[in-house]
Design a protein. Structure first.
Ligand SMILES: Nc1nc2c(ncn2[C@@H]2O[C@H](COP(=O)(O)OP(=O)(O)OP(=O)(O)O)[C@@H](O)[C@H]2O)c(=O)[nH]1
Ligand SMILES: [Mg+2]
Length: 469
């Protein structure tokens, strides 16, 4: 960055894909083009160097009347994110400002101060807790003489490391590309390893155009691929709704224990790790409830404060599961430092993905690590305290899920005459049959049905025992 010839602060330069000329320079190349990052972002595909542990200075800004404790908590989390990404946070700088500086976010005086701190520590990179515009990032790198990244870049980096399935990889790559595209011009050596073409004027501009076109094409390809996955998901979810099994989704802050809870509830072996964003792909398991009915339970990606919007939109297909669920099992680490802050952050993301109205059941996990979970469960009505490790409270949790699901359907007894095979089929299709007894005049069936189906079948009802047994 230091020897970059552009001295003037630059404006944001969002890419307008419509203006880009058609690209025929790629030819067959595209078919073998393995993600943009192998080419544009170095061999690891991440923004953070991993051949050694980078030394990182963190910068947080309390804007306006923001509580400094909040900034501090957010920086603690940023340190954890940096560590998960494989680097060491060695110092932190906190600044108070009324509003962000448009050119450098923190102001150029403060930036120079941070440069001195970074030099003192021999730091490789400065990571800002807030999202920097491409121009701010570019200008900061010039002043700091080293890479300036933001929280978004760090989270994207972790996601890139953790993605394992094709869909997960595609979603992460799409998010990374959307993040990188507007930053191509301002990017320094690390982001552009194409023979020094990027960031220089003259012939470099042409190279930049080529790079952009490639990335834009890649974005379109990924979007198309993900749309196909989404169409497939929709077919699956239609099939699911025909069987009338309810769907619950485990949501919550990253590392709260969602996968662990799914595992103990369904005796599965979904990956559990003491690291942020261990789960990126949705896994669905059948969960048998005490009343005999089944629900589909899906484990989902964890949330975090200031989750990058690029990721939220790229993970749309995964997160649709959450929006379409009948019930959310909101897992909270009851032993964590700020459970309430985590709850708020999760609610924020749920709103963002259109799942704000899905009913939720709060589950305070890790009750084996102190009484935090039980105290919290007492203060939130209808919530449960559990430990995925010891199994404490899991039975109660499953019962609570059963109770909540039961309020969504009604149990009814029906008598279906033998000559009405069509009605018999309809009961099976639309409801969950709990028992069937062959009688003289027809089949006696006890089934859970949604109010609409119940209405259509009322002719065959023997009793309907209301929403709860
Ligand atoms: N002490 C204790 N640790 C737990 C409990 N449940 C989960 N953990 C630990 O918490 C860490 C995270 O658990 P996961 O189940 O991977 O959490 P997650 O919510 O799925 O996390 P992400 O997928 O990364 O968002 C792991 O180290 C677990 O062993 C619990 O009840 N007690
Ligand atoms: Mg998980």
């Amino acid at each position: 960055m230091v020897d970059d010839p552009i001295d003037e602060p630059v404006d944001d330069d969002p890419i307008d894909t419509a203006d880009l000329p058609p690209d025929d320079s790629l030819g067959d190349d595209e078919a073998t083009h393995r993600g943009a990052f192998g080419e544009f972002g170095g061999s690891t595909g991440g923004l953070i160097e991993r051949t050694f542990r980078e030394r990182i200075v963190l910068v947080g800004v309390s804007l306006g009347g923001q509580d400094p404790d909040e900034t501090d908590a957010s920086l603690d989390e940023l340190a954890l994110l940096v560590d998960t990404a494989g680097a060491d946070a060695i110092d932190r700088v906190v600044q108070r400002r009324v509003s962000p500086d448009p050119a450098t976010f923190i102001g150029s005086g403060k930036a120079k101060e941070i440069r001195e701190i970074a030099e003192l520590h021999d730091a490789d990179t400065v990571v800002f807790d807030d999202e920097l515009s491409p121009a701010q990032q570019f200008n900061l790198e010039k002043i700091l003489g080293r890479s300036a990244l933001d929280r978004t870049a760090v989270i994207l980096d972790i996601f890139a490391q953790n993605a394992s399935t094709q869909e997960g990889k595609a979603q992460v790559e799409l998010a990374q590309l959307r993040y990188r595209l507007p930053r191509l011009r301002g990017s320094g050596g690390r982001l552009s390893q194409q023979g020094g073409g990027i960031g220089t004027r003259g012939p470099g501009e042409t190279q930049l155009e080529v790079d952009r076109r490639r990335l834009v094409r890649r974005v379109h390809k990924l979007e198309a691929d993900l749309r196909k996955v989404q169409a497939h998901r929709e077919t699956q979810s239609k099939a699911r709704s025909r069987t009338r099994n309810h769907a619950v989704a485990l949501v919550g802050y990253t590392n709260a224990g969602k996968s662990s809870i799914l595992n103990v509830m369904t005796e599965s072996d979904v990956l559990v790790e003491d690291r942020l964003f261990a789960t990126l792909d949705a896994t669905t398991r059948r969960l048998s409830l005490p009343g005999g009915e089944n629900v589909f339970a899906t484990d989902t990606v964890g949330f975090v404060r200031k989750l990058p919007h690029q990721l939220v939109s790229a993970f749309k297909t995964t997160l649709d599961v959450v929006r379409d669920a009948d019930l959310l099992i909101h897992v909270i680490d009851g032993s964590g430092p700020d459970p309430e802050g985590c709850i708020d952050a999760v609610h924020g993301v749920l709103e963002e993905i259109g799942a704000g109205d899905v009913p939720e059941l709060k589950v305070f996990n890790k009750s084996d690590l102190g009484n935090g979970s039980t105290v919290l469960a007492d203060s939130y009505e209808g919530s449960v305290s559990v430990s995925a490790h010891t199994g404490d409270g899991i039975e109660e949790l499953i019962e609570a899920i059963g109770d909540r699901v039961r309020t969504m359907t009604e149990t009814a007894d029906l008598l279906v005459p033998w000559d009405r095979g069509d009605i018999l089929a309809a009961v099976h299709r639309e409801g969950q049959v709990l028992s069937e007894t062959a009688g003289d005049t027809g089949m006696s069936i006890r089934a859970r049905l949604e109010p609409a189906s119940l209405g259509a079948l009322r002719e065959y009802l023997v009793t309907a025992d209301g929403p709860k047994e």
